[in-house]
Design a binder for this molecule. Structure first.
Ligand SMILES: [Zn+2]
Length: 363
């Protein structure tokens, strides 16, 4: 009881902070560090009960656990899960039922995963508590099964957003946050501005999935720029302070000039992405490693353990990560330090070298 109510309060504080930041009331440099330290200190208390470290440590008010105690590995892999429709009647391998989605979120919560956005992943802003594992939940195509507001202004029952909030309320430490890759019309086309603002104000990322969802390799460079800049304009007209710093490629296909997905300009709108997301088919490298390639960030399709290409799906990959915890990203609880075991085969990228600290793993 105490834990969950405390967590609710800390979630509200965080939401308030995020919206304060969103309103631009704080200076840019101050809010970035203020937000992450506030978020990590406020969520630590609420989630230690479910972290592996806490079960073996003594006083709850003692120092944060050392990287060795929690087996921190901030060069490990991060699953970026890809969802399309959440529907009682799946029509393809891309659809999942509300029950399947709820069960997958519960599994993630029970295995100490904490959702972050793709924007935070790509920018290396990972503020999850010590001993937990970041996961990114992504939704393509902006369908009404993912999000719509009901007549009382709340997310409609059994939408992805409603289910995420329900699971977060039941699992202290699990966050209802995700990245939505928007195309037109967003969420059925009704009340678009209000819907996009609601998502932004509740900590969900608004990402780019182009205006008309074309296969970008079939389009001219100017049409590619128009498709991406045009969608960005649609988002920022509704939510002027939206960051729009990541894109998911329609059908996972790059334009012929791949860098056009990363940055460009059309009709006076400039776009610049920290990450370009693909469709398949493995966990993503930590953003702090040399393997991180902003033009090719892999995702994993949400899927059960059997059926078409299940070996590339989420159930099989989550099983593999659970069986091989050393390969997985485990947080040290300090967003400023990148901790990794000295026997790691991965090395930090140059631009993160100053923040990286290796430690001697326990036998
Ligand atoms: Zn799509």
């Amino acid at each position: 009881m105490g834990l969950s109510s405390r967590h609710l309060v800390s979630n509200r504080l965080r939401a308030l902070l995020v919206s304060t930041v969103a309103l631009g009331l704080l200076a840019a440099s101050g809010c970035a560090s203020g937000d992450s330290s506030q978020a990590s200190s406020s969520t630590d208390g609420g989630t230690t009960a479910s972290t592996p470290a806490a079960s073996s440590s003594a006083a709850p008010s003692s120092k944060p656990p050392s990287p060795a105690e929690v087996g921190a590995n901030e060069l490990g892999r991060i699953p970026i899960l890809m969802y399309h429709r959440i529907t009682p009647e799946p029509k393809s391998v891309y659809d999942r039922t509300p029950e399947e989605f709820r069960a997958e979120l519960r599994r993630l919560a029970e295995e100490n995963y904490v959702p972050i956005t793709a924007a935070d992943y790509a920018a290396g802003r990972i503020d999850t508590p010590a001993g937990t594992h970041p996961v990114v939940l992504t939704f393509d195509d902006a369908s009404t099964s993912q999000f719509r507001l009901d007549s009382s202004g709340e997310p409609a029952a059994n939408t992805a957003v409603a289910i995420m909030r329900e699971v977060a309320a039941q699992h202290p430490g699990f966050r209802a946050t995700a990245s939505f890759y928007i195309t037109t019309p967003p969420f059925g086309g009704n009340d678009v501005a209000r819907s996009l603002r609601w998502l932004h104000e509740h900590g969900f990322e608004l990402g780019n999935h182009t205006l008309d969802h074309p296969t970008l390799s079939s389009e001219s460079p100017s049409e590619v720029r128009h498709q991406i800049a045009g969608l960005r304009r649609r988002i920022t007209e509704a939510v002027p302070d939206a960051e729009v710093s990541t894109i998911a490629l329609p059908h996972g296909v790059h334009p012929d000039r791949e860098e056009l997905a990363r940055s460009g300009e059309s009709e006076g709108v400039r776009y610049e992405h920290d990450a370009v997301l693909l469709v398949g088919a493995r966990p993503a490298p930590a953003p702090f490693t040399r393997r991180f390639d902003p033009l090719n960030v892999p995702r994993i399709r949400s899927q059960g353990g059997s059926g078409e290409s299940a070996k590339f799906g989420s159930t099989v990959w989550l099983d593999k990560l659970a069986a091989n915890p050393a390969a997985r990203y485990t947080s040290d609880g300090d967003p400023d330090v990148i901790s990794y075991p000295s026997d790691s085969s991965r090395k930090p990228a140059k631009r993160y070298a100053e923040r990286a600290e290796s430690y001697r793993p326990r036998e």
